[in-house]
Write a protein of this length. Structure first.
Length: 315
């Protein structure tokens, strides 16, 4: 079950606990100085002056370090999510909107208002697609949508392509439409409320680009790592399909098992691993000038200086 939850506060400065404590320290110092015999003044005046000084210093810190505005909050799969905007008055190019879990550094979607985001996962996907260069009218399947920031990236990079996003969470689809996609992008992106494994088992379509981004909370979904899923995935591929699978945070032995599984299912395809973000690339095309940090699986397995595949990945 998913449900919105009330927002008790809407904005706060990106000052951080250390800077906040530093400001508190300054205020305590001002109170002690004002209370001393040298600068003896009525206690009420000291408190009022210190409070005014604190507000001024805090506003200056907010102007420098930015402000978060909380837009929406909801619960899904036992986790609490929030959507918030970040504004930096002196550097508007860094303003962004993010969907994240409360009390966690995990980001599910992030978009910048004035430029493309600098986010390792999206950067790796973007660089990879710029290298492989799928045709302009490519059909794209994204399994797992989140806030649709990845679909948005595809729509921006390939204005003539069409993106099908399969997302099992109804509230995530609603959030994507309301907070992350423009009206133009919404025409280019189809948000399908369905289980990813069921969709690829039933669909008759074949796709040029498939991106698997299936997570339950912060863990890779078991759906993307079982034999039946991989078999069904091969059904929706053409000989030249490009598949990108997000395996970030996965355990060492599980990573090796998954790679072996995909190697068996796609014997005529080339497999590469991006060992900084744990992206697995499967492509039927001959890749020239493979981007930095992508290494062919066959090369990793033959490496003499690593006992297991994940040692290089973890480096």
């Amino acid at each position: 079950m998913s449900s919105p939850i009330p927002i008790f506060w809407t904005a706060y400065g990106n000052v951080g606990i250390k800077r906040f404590l530093f400001l508190i320290g300054i205020e305590i110092g001002l109170v002690l100085i004002g209370w001393s015999h040298v600068y003896s003044r009525p206690f009420g005046d000291i408190i009022a002056g210190s409070l005014l000084t604190f507000i001024i210093l805090y506003c200056i810190a907010v102007l420098k370090y930015g402000l978060f505005v909380r837009r929406y909050s909801f619960r899904e799969h036992g986790e609490t999510y929030e959507i918030k905007d970040y504004y930096k008055p002196f550097e508007p190019s860094k303003n962004y909107r993010v969907l994240s879990r409360i009390n966690s550094n995990q980001r599910d979607s992030k978009i910048f208002f004035t430029k493309q985001p600098r986010w390792a996962y999206l950067d790796a996907v973007r660089v990879l697609l710029n290298t492989i260069k799928p045709h302009k009218r490519a059909s794209v399947l994204l399994l797992g949508g989140g806030g649709a920031s990845l679909a948005k990236t595809m729509a921006e990079s390939y204005p003539s392509c069409h993106v099908d996003v399969v997302e099992v969470s109804k509230i995530m689809i609603s959030v994507a439409k309301r907070f992350f996609l423009s009206s133009r992008e919404a025409k280019q992106i189809s948000l399908l409320h369905q289980d990813a494994q069921l969709y690829i088992a039933q669909t008759k379509r074949r796709y040029d680009v498939i991106i698997v981004d299936l997570f339950v909370n912060s863990e890779v979904s078991n759906d993307s790592t079982n034999t039946q899923f991989v078999h069904n995935l091969s059904r929706v591929c053409s000989p030249r399909t490009v598949i990108i699978i997000n395996l970030s945070g996965i355990q060492e032995l599980t990573l090796q098992r998954i790679i072996n599984l995909y190697e068996y299912a796609f014997p005529r395809f080339q497999l590469y691993l991006h060992w900084k973000t744990a992206l697995l690339l499967i492509t039927g095309n001959q890749v020239k000038n493979i981007p930095l940090h992508f290494t062919r699986i066959s090369v990793l397995k033959k490496a003499r200086h690593t006992r297991v595949l994940s040692q290089l990945y973890a480096s």
